[in-house]
Design a protein around this ligand. Structure first.
Ligand code: HEC
Ligand code: HEC
Length: 371
């Protein structure tokens, strides 16, 4: 820290504060640079399709072998991620770290909490065509929901082609009384289409909002909601340059960047992300609940993440792809690690909807083969 030398005479941290030596970016400046906005904390879409979407999200009937549901890899016990480096799809059993066997997916499962706010603008404008997935390859939750259903590794298996699975899933759902009544509640009639299925799932996902973290309470005017360490961490986060990419209400600009996480797919080929090793800057809300980190789950803890960024700054990491300038220009001090970590913990809002349905209309185990 360049400001440090002016403070060397102040021995006690408390004295540093008292003499105003704890300078750098002020709290107001930090908040300004973070480009925050208060978001509506209520579930955004209280559409009639949420309960239908919940049933579909939990029902393994959407998978070729009737063994995998969306919730298999996005489970409330793991903050709607799955708590492992790489997810396991078709043929796997168990939940989270206990999941075993089956097909290993090439990437880490992100949380779907607050995906309603993916791609949110600086003034809180919502974006229904937000870039999703680690490489931004789809636009919006509706389009996204079709991808795992069609994906051979995640849900489809190899008994159906990509086209056949869509017809199959529609027919299976249409055949069940439980779904026909949920479709009537949601859409007024019981015609099942794939667009209605994905739109109900998307509405359910939009209802999974978690915005009452200590940080949000602080932003709403409760200064004590964040500890002094967390507040210093917020300033360090900005001073270090993290907010050059992780700013805005979701702590992400949702732009593509390369920060030097290089991984190989299961088949041994290089995962280039969108291109040239660039991945979408991910949101940081609830980040303390969704370890391990990065598109390949290769960093186990937030400390490991900070050490990774420190290595970029020190030039100890480079290589395969050109690293984004904003990541090379970080000004990260080991002393700040603890404070930044504390700040990241202040982004945890754990009052989200954790309901696990006791049954789903197919009669299959909710969440798939989680035992
Ligand atoms: C086998 C595990 C698995 C299953 C089953 C699964 N997902 Fe995912 N999900 C993932 C992984 C892994 C990613 C990241 C993939 C990538 O970026 O390439 C992901 C990404 C997502 C995202 C993007 C989040 C973001 O911030 O970009 C959403 C939304 C999502 N899944 C919803 C669903 C829905 C809805 C279903 C069911 C139709 C589902 N998932 C089924 C593992 C799974
Ligand atoms: C150049 C833009 C950029 C800067 C600057 C940046 N990040 Fe990131 N961050 C990213 C991208 C892109 C990823 C995802 C990379 C991947 O998975 O390959 C990421 C991932 C993360 C993750 C893991 C998220 C998850 O869900 O797994 C954390 C935590 C994180 N960054 C925190 C920070 C902190 C703290 C700083 C400052 C020291 C910082 N970032 C600076 C772009 C940036």
């Amino acid at each position: 820290m360049p400001s440090f030398s002016r403070c060397v005479l102040a021995v006690l941290p408390a004295l540093m504060l008292a003499t105003g030596c704890d300078e750098g970016v002020s709290e107001e400046e930090a908040l300004d640079r973070l480009q925050l906005t208060t978001l509506q904390a209520e579930p955004r879409v209280v559409s009639d399709a949420v309960e239908l979407g919940r049933a579909l999200f939990w029902d393994p009937i959407l998978s070729g072998g009737r063994d995998v549901a969306c919730a298999s890899c996005h489970h409330p016990d793991h903050a709607y991620a799955d708590g492992v480096a790489l997810s396991r799809g078709v043929g796997a059993t168990g939940l989270g770290p206990a999941r075993r066997g089956g097909v290993v997916i090439d990437r880490n499962s992100p949380t779907i909490l607050n995906t309603a706010f993916a791609g949110v603008g600086e003034r809180g404008e919502l974006n229904d065509a937000a870039p999703l997935f680690w490489d931004s390859r789809v636009d919006g939750l509706e389009e996204q929901a079709l991808a795992p259903i069609k994906d051979a590794k995640e849900m489809r298996g190899d008994a159906f082609s990509e086209d056949a699975i869509v017809d199959e899933v529609v027919a299976r759902v249409q055949a069940l009384d439980g779904y026909r009544s949920l479709f009537r509640e949601a859409f007024g009639d019981d015609v099942v289409t794939i667009d209605r299925i994905t739109s109900a799932i998307a509405d359910f996902e939009r209802s999974l909002v978690a915005l009452d973290s200590p940080f949000d309470r602080y932003l709403a005017g409760d200064e004590d909601a964040m500890s002094p360490t967390q507040r210093r961490g917020m300033r360090r986060f900005v001073e270090a340059g993290c907010a050059n990419c992780h700013a805005g209400p979701m702590f992400a600009d949702f732009e593509l960047a390369s920060i030097g996480i290089v991984s190989q797919r299961q088949d041994g080929t290089l995962d280039e992300g969108a291109d040239d090793g660039r991945f979408r800057t991910p949101p940081l809300r609830n980040i303390a609940l969704t370890a391990p980190y990065m598109h390949d789950g290769s960093l186990a803890t937030l400390r490991d993440v900070l050490e990774h960024y420190d290595d970029i700054e020190g030039g100890r990491r480079g290589g395969t792809f050109a690293i984004d300038r904003d990541a090379r220009r970080l000004d990260l001090d080991d002393d700040a690690f603890g404070e930044i970590e504390a700040f990241l913990h202040a982004l945890t809002s754990d009052t989200f909807d954790r309901r696990i349905p006791a049954t789903v209309p197919s009669g299959l185990p909710p969440g798939g083969a989680l035992e």
